[in-house]
Design a protein around this ligand. Structure first.
Ligand code: ARG
Length: 399
C-alpha cells in the first residue's frame, strides 16, 4: 500500500529533524520536507541533506525570497507595521508566506496533510494553522512537537538513538528566527527580563557602545510608498533593506529589547535586530507626514496599528486585513520623494525630506514676508470653532 503524503515545514534544526523521522517511521507518512528560503542566510543545501538522511522521501528548497519581499514585506512597510509600537513583525510576516508555499506544494503533490514544528506556547503555530486553514480548509494540519511535548534533551537522545544527523555547528543558547526583515532571539538568559542581553544574543548589529563613530548620511528615495533608490542608486525593497542593515548594523542601530504580549496569553521577553526595516519605516512614515492630507494621515495611523495586530495574530489571510490592505495601498500613490537619514552610534534620525508632491507649502508656513496665508480668515474660523465651548461656558462657568 502506498503511504499517504505529508508536507513538512522543515527548518533544518534538531526538532524538525526528529519530527520528520517520527512522521516517516512511527506515523508511516511519506514526508516531503520543505525548506523555505525567506532570506535567512543559512546553508540550506546542508539542511536539505539532513532532511533526506532523517527519512524524507523528497526535500525541497522553496525559494520564497522574492515573493516574501514583494507580497509580505512591502505591504508591511507601507503600513509602517510595528507590533506594540516596536516589533517589525519579522516572524509574523514569514509564516503566512511559508504556509502558502506549503499549501501550494501539498496541492501539487496530492498531499493529505501539512506539518510544522512549532510548540504550543508561541504565536507561530497560530500563524501557520490559521493561514493553512484559510487557504485549504480540507488539509489536515499536524503539530507533532506540540503533541509530544518533547524537550531538547529527549530530542537529542532520540536523534542519537536513530542516527539522525544534527547540525555540526555549536547550537546558539537562544531560539533564533531570521529572514530578510531581521532576526529574533528568545530563551536562555533572556528569559529574565531584568538581565541585560549578552552580546552573543546579537548577530547583525554591533554594540552601539563600540560602534562606528563618524555619523553617516543616507538618502532614501520612495516611489509610491516603496523604496526606489538609495543615494541615487536604483534599488528594490530587498536591496534597500540589505543596504540599510549594513549601515545601521555598523552603528549598532536597530536593536529592540521588549516584553511582548503573545496571542496565547504569555508575556515574553524578546530581542530583535532589524536596522534596515526600522530605518525604512522611519523614513517612510516621515515622507507620509510630508505628502498625505491630514485626515487621511490620521486615519492611516490608526489602521496601521490594527494591521500590525492582525498580522501578529496570524490573520494575514482574513477579510478585515484585506480591506485594510486596500485602504493602505490607496494611500500610497502620492508617497514619493526623498528622505535624508543620519546614522550615529545607536541611532538613526531623519534630518531632511523633500517631495515634488509635498503638501508643505512654504508660502503658507513661513513667518517671513513671502507669507500668503489669509490672516483675516483666522479670526472668524477660531470664533466659530470655539463657539460651542463658549456657549457652554456661559451657562456653566468653570470654577
Ligand atoms: N515573538 C516573535 C513573534 O511572535 C518571534 C517569534 C520567533 N519564532 C521562533 N520560532 N523563534 O513573532
Amino acid at each position: 500500500m502506498t503511504r499517504k503524503k505529508l508536507v513538512l515545514a522543515y527548518s533544518g534544526g534538531l526538532d524538525t529533524s526528529v519530527v520528520l523521522h517520527q512522521l516517516a517511521n512511527e506515523g508511516d507518512w511519506e514526508v516531503i520536507a520543505v525548506l523555505a528560503d525567506v532570506g535567512q542566510d543559512e546553508d540550506l543545501d546542508a539542511a536539505r541533506e539532513r532532511a533526506v538522511a532523517a527519512g524524507a522521501s523528497e526535500a525541497y528548497i522553496a525559494d520564497l525570497q522574492s515573493e516574501f519581499a514583494s507580497e509580505f514585506v512591502a505591504p508591511a512597510l507601507a503600513a509602517n507595521a510595528l507590533y506594540e509600537r516596536r516589533y517589525p513583525l519579522i516572524s509574523a510576516l514569514s509564516r503566512p508566506c511559508i504556509a502558502r508555499a506549503l499549501v501550494r506544494i501539498a496541492s501539487e503533490r496530492g498531499a493529505a496533510a501539512v506539518a510544522h514544528g512549532c510548540t504550543g506556547k508561541g504565536n507561530d503555530q497560530v500563524r501557520f494553522e490559521v493561514s493553512i486553514r484559510a487557504l485549504d480548509p480540507e488539509l489536515e494540519v499536524l503539530a507533532p512537537i506540540r503533541t509530544s511535548r518533547m524537550n531538547r534533551d529527549e530530542a537529542m537522545e532520540y536523534a542519537a538513538e536513530h542516527g539522525i544527523p544534527v547540525k555540526a555547528t555549536k547550537k546558539s543558547p537562544y531560539s533564533i528566527d531570521m529572514n530578510l526583515l531581521g532576526r529574533t532571539a528568545e530563551c536562555g538568559v533572556l528569559e529574565d527580563p531584568w538581565n541585560e542581553p549578552p552580546e552573543d544574543a546579537f548577530e547583525i548589529t554591533s554594540n552601539p557602545l563600540e560602534a562606528a563613530q563618524e555619523p553617516e548620511q543616507v538618502v532614501v528615495e520612495f516611489d509610491q510608498g516603496l523604496p526606489s533608490a538609495i543615494d541615487g542608486e536604483i534599488c528594490d525593497i530587498q536591496s534597500a533593506i540589505e543596504h540599510l542593515d549594513k549601515v545601521g548594523g555598523r552603528f549598532g542601530f536597530g536593536r529592540i529589547d521588549m516584553v511582548e504580549n503573545r496571542r496565547v496569553g504569555i508575556k515574553s521577553r524578546e530581542i530583535y535586530e532589524a536596522p534596515g526595516a526600522l530605518a525604512l519605516i522611519l523614513a517612510h512614515a516621515d515622507l507620509e507626514d510630508l505628502t498625505l492630507e491630514r485626515d487621511l494621515l490620521h486615519e492611516k495611523r490608526v489602521i496601521e496599528s490594527r494591521w500590525a495586530d492582525l498580522v501578529y495574530d496570524g490573520l494575514w489571510f482574513s477579510p478585515l486585513k484585506s480591506a485594510y490592505d486596500a485602504f493602505i495601498a490607496g494611500s500610497q500613490e502620492r508617497v514619493c520623494g526623498e528622505v535624508r537619514l543620519r546614522f550615529a552610534p545607536g541611532t538613526c534620525q531623519v534630518i531632511g525630506r523633500r517631495s515634488p508632491l509635498a503638501l508643505y507649502d512654504l508660502d503658507l508656513a513661513t513667518y517671513e514676508a513671502s507669507d500668503t496665508f489669509r490672516h483675516e480668515d483666522a479670526e472668524g474660523f477660531v470664533r466659530l470653532f470655539g463657539l460651542g465651548i463658549e456657549t457652554w461656558a456661559r451657562k456653566s462657568p468653570i470654577e
